[in-house]
Design a protein around this ligand. Structure first.
Ligand code: SAM
Length: 228
């Protein structure tokens, strides 16, 4: 799967994503991440990509043309029905379900806004999905795009070590995952639950299932309501 990220700050994407599991997946050529610097398409001698808002008011607006030209520069490389995602606090709330859906695509374009956002006309022209990472406002779309790429990429086949290792993750089956423990058996007087040391796989699976329900009821009862 290939991610194309249209951004004014490619270094923010690189700093966030080119590490650990995602970096290994890139090196193993399972996924690809290409940043397109919108400033390269400014089309004026000061490389200015923003301008004053029509109607007045505080803040600047990213101009439509550089964003459109940045998109045009990759259009020939992407699939004809490739989804084009604008990161915006006004979008649909990102979720594990959305990440699963994105991970089925061959490629995905993500557009990061800055300042007051992007001229609405280019959004209307090229964007297929608007995604928010939560009800708060960031200075730019880069951290939000990195979240979407990370959550999506780890669901692409072969990115995680074991194919099944995302199956029991929180939200995958509408529940929170059970607790995890590793060595030592005792830490600060707190012991690993006996059942996990029993070697009885049936009992362990049952305990994990019950833990998952207990945690979900305690922390996110809304998820159980959504299931029923
Ligand atoms: C300062 S914000 C603009 C907010 C805009 N004026 C508004 O009130 O809706 C600048 C850029 O950051 C990104 N951004 C900010 N908050 C975000 C969020 N919660 N989810 C996704 N992207 C966000 C968007 O790309 C946005 O264009």
């Amino acid at each position: 799967m290939k991610f194309y990220i249209l951004t004014l700050f490619p270094e923010m994407i690189e700093a966030a994503l080119f590490h650990s599991i995602i970096k290994k997946a890139i090196e193993r050529q399972i996924i690809e991440i290409e940043c397109i610097n919108i400033r390269d398409f400014a089309g004026n001698k000061h490389n200015q990509v923003d301008d004053y808002p029509y109607g007045g008011g505080a803040g600047m607006v990213m101009r439509a043309q550089p964003v459109y030209d940045a998109y045009e520069s990759i259009r020939r490389n992407i699939s004809p029905n490739c989804r084009v995602v604008y990161m915006t606090p006004q979008g649909e709330k990102f979720s594990q379900k959305k990440a699963e859906s994105f991970s089925q695509e061959d490629d995905l374009v993500l557009i990061c806004g800055h300042y007051e956002g992007i001229d609405q006309r280019v959004i209307d022209e090229i964007v297929t999905d608007e995604i928010s990472v939560g009800d708060y406002v960031l200075t730019g779309g880069e951290l939000a795009a990195a979240i979407v790429v990370d959550a999506t990429a780890r669901l692409v086949g072969g990115v995680l070590g074991k194919a099944e290792s995302s199956l029991n993750d929180s939200f995958s089956n509408g529940m929170l995952e059970h607790a995890h423990y590793t060595r030592p058996m005792e830490f600060m007087g707190r012991c690993v639950p006996d059942v996990l040391l029993s070697g009885n796989h049936g009992k362990i699976a049952k305990w994990r299932q019950e833990e998952s329900v207990r945690k979900t009821m305690a922390k996110r009862p809304d998820l159980l309501q959504d299931k029923s």
